[in-house]
Design a protein around this ligand. Structure first.
Ligand code: NAD
Ligand code: ZN
Length: 367
């Protein structure tokens, strides 16, 4: 068991990473419950089927009164309709201000239940128990909560930090391989943006991680969470350095938007292509060496992730369509293009006001 503190002053919390944590969840969660010891566990049907029984038993053993709310799996749940449904369930249970919401699932459940916690009766505490690799290394840490609207993803939300995060590596055993690879995209992102040594370790251990070797997962999740915690503690509201976490995401979101956010291309896969493009674009502008770009791309590919537009769709994307999406990116300021670019593997930087002309020329060569 490894504990990573997220240093946010009076809202500081721990991320506990290890095995067997679901069965010991009661012990970990108990200190955060009020006298009533009530908690509402929010999960989806997939996670519910495999793991929620053990979690309930463990919480009840610690003396908690537990209600479980099971939502349909999938991104569509992270919507106004999903929020209305969840809020209604919480009200029907008579959940009070001092009670606890436990988000038990992937990023969809974490973002939705976290947002519900931020606004339910003007705010209740919540705990994250992430069950996908992506949620363990990314979405459960940092306090961003949100839902999607037909106009775009994550546009309605709040910053609401959890009181505790429990990342049980055992639950990853039931995660589909494709979801695991998507989480790996965010793991390697940390190496690429700020830790060359971690990147080198991942190059050697990609298969151990994807085979869910416990020791490898402890290191991969541990280092990822450490880096995210450090960046978030320094820049909670993304005024500066936190933007580095968007490496590959401006390119990636444009690809996702063109593909229609469906099941054909998952977020982590789009980020795989996006990070490869960030390296290739940086190399084309003389910002980083061509060797580094080749090496970064090879490491992404080694996880079975796509790294080119052609890997994703045989029909070309068109530079202008992609650039149009980039200008509408939530992170764009007044239409100016902001990218995370790289000087070398392990050193990314935020580039504001990127000139669309070389970008367009680059995207034309990308197809
Ligand atoms: P997800 O929550 O949809 O989970 C992926 C699939 O795996 C789902 O079908 C789910 O039911 C299933 N699943 C989850 N855990 C499982 C397990 N242990 N065993 C078997 N099946 C399991 O998707 P995700 O990739 O975890 O999260 C994506 C979401 O996270 C997106 O909505 C994205 O916007 C959000 N996100 C948020 C942040 C943030 O900072 N808040 C960061 C990154 C991503
Ligand atoms: Zn991402």
């Amino acid at each position: 068991i490894r504990t990573v503190p997220v240093g946010l002053g009076d809202r500081a919390y721990d991320v506990v990473i290890g095995t067997g944590l679901i069965d010991k969840a009661g012990e970990h969660v108990l200190p955060f419950l009020s006298k009533r010891k009530r908690c509402a566990v929010v999960t989806d049907a997939n996670v519910g089927e495999h793991h929620v029984e053990r979690l309930s038993v463990s919480l009840e053993k610690a003396g908690a009164a537990v209600d479980v709310i099971v939502l349909p799996p999938g991104e569509e749940t992270k919507s106004f309709e999903g929020l209305a449904h969840l809020s209604d369930q919480l009200l029907a249970l008579n959940l009070e201000r001092g009670d606890m919401i436990v988000a038990f699932g992937g990023g969809v459940i974490g973002d939705l239940a976290g947002f519900a916690a931020a606004i339910y009766k003007r705010g209740v505490d919540f705990i994250q128990i992430p069950t996908t690799l992506l949620a363990q290394v990314d979405s459960s840490v940092g306090g961003k909560t949100a839902i999607d609207t037909p106009r775009g993803k994550n546009l309605i939300g709040a910053f609401h930090q959890p009181r505790l995060v429990l990342a049980d590596l055992d639950v990853l055993a039931t995660l589909p391989a494709r979801e695991l690879a998507c989480g790996y995209a965010e793991v390697i992102k940390y190496g690429l943006l700020g830790d060359f040594e971690f990147f080198e370790w991942l190059e050697k251990n990609v298969h151990a991680v994807l085979e869910r070797d416990t020791q490898a997962l402890v290191r991969a999740v541990g280092r990822s969470v450490e880096m995210k915690a450090e960046i978030v503690a320094e820049d909670e509201k993304e005024a500066g350095r936190r933007a580095l976490l968007n490496l590959g995401h401006t390119f990636g979101h444009a690809i996702e938007a063109e593909m229609g956010f469906g099941d054909a291309l998952k977020h982590g896969e789009a980020v795989g292509v996006g990070m490869a493009q960030a390296f290739r674009f940086s190399a084309s502008q003389g910002l980083c060496s061509a060797q580094d770009a080749v090496r970064a791309v090879a490491a992404i590919k080694a996880a079975g992730l796509p790294t080119t537009l052609a890997d994703v769709r045989s029909q070309p994307f068109g530079a202008d369509a992609l650039i149009a999406h980039m200008g509408q990116d939530k992170k764009a300021e007044g239409g100016a293009l902001t990218f995370v670019l790289v000087r070398r593997i392990g050193e990314a930087f935020v580039a504001k006001g990127v000139d669309p002309a070389p970008l367009r020329a680059f995207l034309l060569t990308e197809g």
